[in-house]
Write a protein that binds this ligand. Structure first.
Ligand code: FES
Ligand code: FE
Length: 386
């Protein structure tokens, strides 16, 4: 069913206003100093979604990720718990794990002078350690990074005093999605990975967030998505309304690239969530997309003012993956959306340096909720500087 303009809309995040709102100025997307402040005051202070817990499926499995300006090493200890550390040897600062992922047999050993740490970060061995009584093994342990698990992912926070995870991550997502979407009913933590695609996007991370938040572009660049979600052709994104799920087209059997049937409904969701798509941004770097038979989760890792790595996971019921079912048509829909979106962001990035964008652009009424993101961003930077 398409939504007609005469139908009442669900309650809006920000009421539509007649006036236009200015965007951020172009330099916010190009200036290395602003990017440095964002790394310092946003990505190194807030909870960031780092890795999928199940990717580290046994003790000694590790993954390194770039959070802000730090390399963070996440591993599973002998007790089966996830641990996060700064990926820096406490001897003379060499990077401990140089691979993006891997498996150690017993301990983590620095490739420089072979200082060795156990999977809880304790310094357990070093050449001639017994002849160096001044080395305090406790003091020279790896620097621990706070870690929490939610939705089957490990979230880490580099702040000395991390904000409340319950409020700033779970509470914020639940509030933005609303009760109607009830994210916990999708039981994301029990799902299995069907596909992962890593996108190297030549654009500032904020262009990617802003693009994800609006659907003014959907009719122009997302033909496959608007076939399945015709109300997106109106230009109003699901994120515009708290708890509003975009309804599937009558002819769409599933959330697939050609509208063909997907898989069985996730067991926990309710009838009201069936045949609907919900989306939420968990600031600063996660997008969650909920459909009846799978969940799509994006994690962003900004590496430069004009470059962002986006890792996108498609998650299904374990029995779907175990059965060897072909997820290609299911994956292809949002993969195309990703490529279409990231192409648009890459086309926009060079213009951020133009004098035409020195004072920025404008947000039309259906994009006004992006203004809240800009307010949040500038408040984070101002509060942090203060
Ligand atoms: Fe790691 Fe020397 S820097 S052992
Ligand atoms: Fe899009």
């Amino acid at each position: 069913m398409t939504t007609t303009p005469t139908e009442p809309r669900p309650s809006a995040v920000t009421p539509p206003a007649a006036s236009l709102i200015a965007t951020l100025a172009g330099r916010y997307y190009t200036d290395p100093e602003i990017f440095r402040q964002e790394q310092d005051l946003i990505f190194e202070r807030l909870w960031c979604c780092a890795v999928r817990s199940a990717d580290l499926d046994r003790p000694g499995a590790f993954r390194t990720v770039q959070i802000g300006r730090e390399s963070v090493l996440i591993t599973r200890n002998r007790a089966g718990e996830l641990r996060a550390f700064l990926n820096i040897c406490r001897h003379r600062g060499a990077q401990l794990c140089t691979e993006e992922s891997g498996q150690v047999r017993r301990n983590l050993q620095c490739p420089y002078h072979a200082w060795t740490y156990d999977l809880d970060g304790r310094l357990v061995a070093a050449p001639n350690l017994q002849k160096m009584p001044d080395i305090d093994r406790t003091e020279r342990a790896l620097v621990t990074v706070p870690l929490r698990e939610w939705l089957g992912y490990a979230w880490v926070c580099l702040a000395d005093e991390p904000p409340s995870f319950e409020d700033s991550v779970i509470g914020a997502a639940v509030e933005r999605l609303g009760d109607a979407a009830a994210i916990d009913r999708y039981r994301t933590e029990d799902l299995a990975l069907g596909r992962r695609v890593s996108y190297d996007v030549r654009a500032n991370w904020k262009l990617i967030v802003e693009n994800f938040m609006e659907c003014y572009h959907c009719a122009t660049i997302h033909p496959e998505l608007t076939d399945v979600l015709p109300e997106f052709a109106d230009g109003f994104a699901a994120q515009y309304y708290v708890g509003h799920g975009a309804e599937f087209a009558a002819q769409a059997q599933g959330f697939t690239v050609d509208g063909s049937a997907g898989f069985g409904r996730l067991p926990g969701i309710e009838d009201s969530q069936d045949r609907r798509y919900y989306a939420v941004t968990v600031r600063p770097q996660v997008f969650i997309n909920l459909v009846p038979d799978h969940v799509i989760l994006h994690r962003m890792f900004p590496t430069a003012p004009d470059r962002t790595v986006v890792e996108c996971d498609w998650l299904y019921l374990p029995e779907v993956i175990d059965s060897g079912a072909d997820v290609a048509k299911s994956v292809e829909l949002f993969h195309r959306v990703n490529v279409q979106d990231f192409d648009a962001c890459e086309r926009t990035q060079p213009a951020m340096d133009s004098r035409a964008y020195r004072d920025g652009g404008v947000l039309v009424p259906s994009e006004h909720h992006i203004g809240a993101f800009h307010h949040w961003l500038t408040a984070q930077l101002e509060d942090g500087r203060a």
